[in-house]
Design a protein around this ligand. Structure first.
Ligand SMILES: Cc1cc2nc3c(=O)[nH]c(=O)nc-3n(C[C@H](O)[C@H](O)[C@H](O)COP(=O)(O)OP(=O)(O)OC[C@H]3O[C@@H](n4cnc5c(N)ncnc54)[C@H](O)[C@@H]3O)c2cc1C
Length: 454
């Protein structure tokens, strides 16, 4: 039997999608997904499940059910290991696909889109119900932070019969799912739909409440049996070079918030319309800033990255079934703009108090024998000025601020400024605040692992 090729085009046409803020991916048809699921060879040792997916999703099993057109069974299998497949089905980079056996000498099976298809079908068919809580054990839990790790911990504990309250400093629940990842990757009604089910299951959400400021963490610790810290790592890495104080230089989350806060707190100064935008940082966050600039009608957008361009195919430093170090193109790069690798920023050019560009120098990298960048070396006489009216710093996050909750509860931090759990005091850290800035799927998996011993 001839095996289908992997579908390459999963996006709506660029000309259409840049005019709105709806999800960039097109909806794949049932026929397309059934055929894609058939590409799974149900191999003896499924590395996608063990080495790839942090949630240990039963991927070959749900693929087999989808290939047999039994989506109800696929949903049943998927919901055994993952509570929020609608989030990962949209934004996961699909670590499983990198460790797919087919990926050894062919293109990986399309797992993420299949996951999305299963959960969206399940919602449409009315199969998704609120989580069933075990009989109450009378124990109370405060979950601080409502990103993917906090939500996962809340649902897991509620299922086990705990009385769960989630505290969130933002006006709405969702963490970076809502106030980071833009609408065109994850529409916010997808979060609201899930929160309604969690509320129905008896989980209480208290928003606009910052623990460590509005209520002391010590008070929460005294009044709840267990405290789960799921506060993320929103302390952005800054670029302290001359001229940083100029107007028009923004941290990525401030720039992106305008679009993901659905009209709330949408200051005009973050708007890229008619501006020459320069984005410093070549990762996912930077890519989303490109997407926002284009949607807002920027004059031009240039993204620069300090690191070298990864190889086009899997680097020997990350052999299969590891997550491959290789060049990946983002949806945003198909929408426009330019990208430069090996760029080090030296100073901001400031005119009348406002940023007018960045002076940069090109670098070359000394590489390890397996092709990992080791040390940058500045290229002589390669200084240039990149002109810009708006500069966005998208260089990642540095860890948890050592104030507020951390001070209140006298918590230990790792050298990477992530929080160390203290089970002797019933305090547990989950998600990015425990593991460092990472991915939605890893944040959820961390909560799943910690709650598994409860
Ligand atoms: C722009 C952007 C795009 C991204 N894109 C992707 C992607 O495509 N795919 C992917 O997998 N990952 C992506 N990520 C990463 C992903 O969003 C994070 O890894 C994930 O959200 C971490 O989850 P978390 O629950 O640990 O923390 P968060 O999502 O950061 O949630 C922490 C929550 O805690 C709240 N909080 C903090 N302190 C307090 C306090 N004192 N009191 C009360 N509440 C508090 C915060 O307001 C926040 O709501 C992206 C990140 C960014 C910034």
């Amino acid at each position: 039997m001839e095996i289908e090729q992997r579908i390459q085009n999963v996006y709506r046409p660029v000309e259409e999608r840049v005019k709105d803020e709806n999800e960039v991916e097109r909806r794949l048809s049932d026929i397309e997904i059934f055929a894609q699921a058939k590409r799974c060879s149900n191999c003896g040792i499924p590395f996608c499940h063990g080495a790839g997916c942090p949630l240990f999703n039963l991927i070959p099993e749900f693929n087999a059910a989808v290939a047999a057109h039994d989506v109800f069974r696929a949903y049943d299998i998927l919901s055994k290991t993952s509570f929020f497949p609608e989030f990962t089905g949209r934004v996961c980079p699909a670590l499983c696909e990198s460790s797919c056996t087919r990926n050894l000498n062919d293109e990986a099976v399309m797992v993420r889109q299949t996951e999305k298809f299963i959960i969206e079908t399940a919602f449409e068919e009315g199969w998704v119900e609120q989580p069933k809580a075990a009989e109450s054990n009378g124990k109370t839990v405060a979950v601080i932070g409502s990103g993917p790790s906090g939500l996962y911990a809340a649902e897991s504990l509620r299922r086990k019969g705990y009385i769960v309250t989630v505290f969130e400093k933002n006006p709405k629940v969702g963490g970076l799912l809502r106030y980071g990842i833009p609408n065109w990757k994850l529409e916010k009604n997808v979060i609201d739909r899930r929160i309604a089910l969690l509320e129905k299951a008896g989980i209480k959400f208290i928003c606009n409440t910052e623990i460590g400021k509005d209520i002391s963490a010590e008070y929460i610790h005294r009044n709840f049996d267990f405290v789960f810290l799921a506060i993320g790592t929103t302390k952005a890495r800054d670029l302290n070079i001359p001229g940083r104080e100029a107007e028009g230089i923004y941290l990525a989350l401030d720039f992106l918030h305008g679009s993901s806060m659905e009209g709330e707190n949408n200051p005009k100064r973050f708007n890229a319309k008619d501006k020459r935008v320069l984005i410093i940082g070549g990762g996912d966050t930077g890519n989303d800033c490109v997407g926002k600039s284009i949607r807002e009608g920027c004059k031009s957008v240039l993204q620069v990255e300090f690191l070298p361009k990864p190889p086009e195919t899997r680097s020997p430093s990350t052999p299969w079934p590891d997550w491959a170090y290789q060049q990946r193109s983002s949806y945003a790069h198909h929408e426009g703009g330019e990208f430069l690798w090996n760029i080090s920023s030296k100073r901001f050019i400031v005119k009348n108090g406002h940023v007018a560009g960045v002076e940069v120098i090109h670098v070359e990298w000394e590489m390890s024998p397996t092709g990992k960048p080791l040390k940058p070396v500045e290229v002589p006489n390669s200084t240039e000025i990149l002109e810009a009216d708006l500069v966005v710093l998208a260089m990642g996050f540095t860890g948890v601020p050592a104030e507020g909750i951390v001070n209140d509860l006298k918590l230990q931090l790792t050298p990477r400024t992530t929080i160390v759990s203290d089970p002797s005091r019933n305090i547990y850290a989950v998600g990015d605040c425990s593991n460092g800035p990472s991915l939605v799927v890893r944040a959820m998996a961390s909560a799943k692992q910690v709650v598994s011993v409860f």
